[in-house]
Design a protein around this ligand. Structure first.
Ligand code: SAM
Length: 249
């Protein structure tokens, strides 16, 4: 008799687990998952542009190739940023930290927040910073739609060859806007689509016109441009305080 009651309790526990009652009659949890999945999948196109697939971390050696300085004139780009020693800079989509390390040396009293969505990239960044004995680099693991930046504290969001990969451009731009300090700027560096001689795949290039088309309606205004690089546009934006967020209620 005891044995039968044991089996009865055991089988009921399997068929009706403790969370059975809790979910019954509430919203279908599978529907919620579908919503989340749709959000996380992100966009494939934005304002007439095809969004490029994220560069995989196994391609990271290309970012630190010996010819990069000669081809892209990276030192000229760094000078154009006009950094101050105590600036807080975000290297957005930092990869293995090619720029993060160089910027860390230019802001000895400030810091560099190196944001990427691939933990493997951040591991390489951490290791390279350790070897170079740089203590003012903070790796930050962002998500596709949230760079996890502190609000109102970043003097420069520096985004080299990464924006065109953002699958959630509007959410990322909103978060970048929120992260900027009063004098904060966003420097967008993208390979020039207008120039067929720039030897980069078309999906990884952007035209000035397209950049403006996407940035202006997201609350940014163009404040400066630097046209002195061989392959890339450098466009500086600040927050447009007159802008009203159409998604805000
Ligand atoms: C082509 S790499 C450029 C790396 C670096 N900026 C450089 O110039 O050496 C683009 C990087 O952007 C990152 N990325 C793509 N989408 C991102 C997002 N939503 N937030 C942060 N990083 C992102 C990728 O993981 C990749 O490491």
């Amino acid at each position: 008799m005891l044995r039968w009651s044991f089996w009865l309790v055991f089988i009921s526990a399997l068929c009706f687990p403790p969370w059975f009652g809790a979910s019954y009659g509430k919203e279908n949890p599978r529907k919620d998952d579908q919503k989340k999945e749709a959000e996380n999948t992100g966009r494939t196109h934005y304002m007439g542009r095809t969004i490029a697939v994220t560069m995989h971390f196994t391609g990271a050696p290309w970012l630190v190739r010996e010819s990069r300085e000669r081809e892209e004139e990276c030192s000229t780009l760094l000078k154009a940023l006009k950094l101050k020693p105590n600036d807080v800079v975000c290297d957005m989509g930092c990869g293995n930290g090619f720029y993060a390390l160089k910027i860390a040396k230019l802001v000895p009293q400030g810091k560099v927040l190196g944001v990427d969505i691939q933990p493997e990239m951040l591991r390489m960044l951490r290791e390279r910073a350790r070897v170079s004995k740089l203590k003012n680099i903070e790796p930050v693991l962002g998500t596709l739609s949230d760079p996890k930046l502190p609000a109102g504290q970043v003097d420069l969001v520096f985004c080299v060859d990464a924006y065109h990969e953002f699958s959630h451009p509007e959410k990322m731009l909103k978060a970048i806007r929120k992260s900027l300090s009063k004098k904060g700027r966003l420097a967008l560096v993208e390979f020039r689509e207008e120039d067929p001689l720039v030897p980069i795949k078309p999906l990884h290039k952007m035209s000035k016109q397209q950049i403006l088309k996407e940035l202006i309606p997201n609350g940014f205004k163009l404040v400066e441009q630097f046209n002195g690089l061989p392959w890339q546009h450098v466009m500086f934006f600040s927050r447009d305080d007159a802008w009203q967020d159409p998604s805000a209620e």
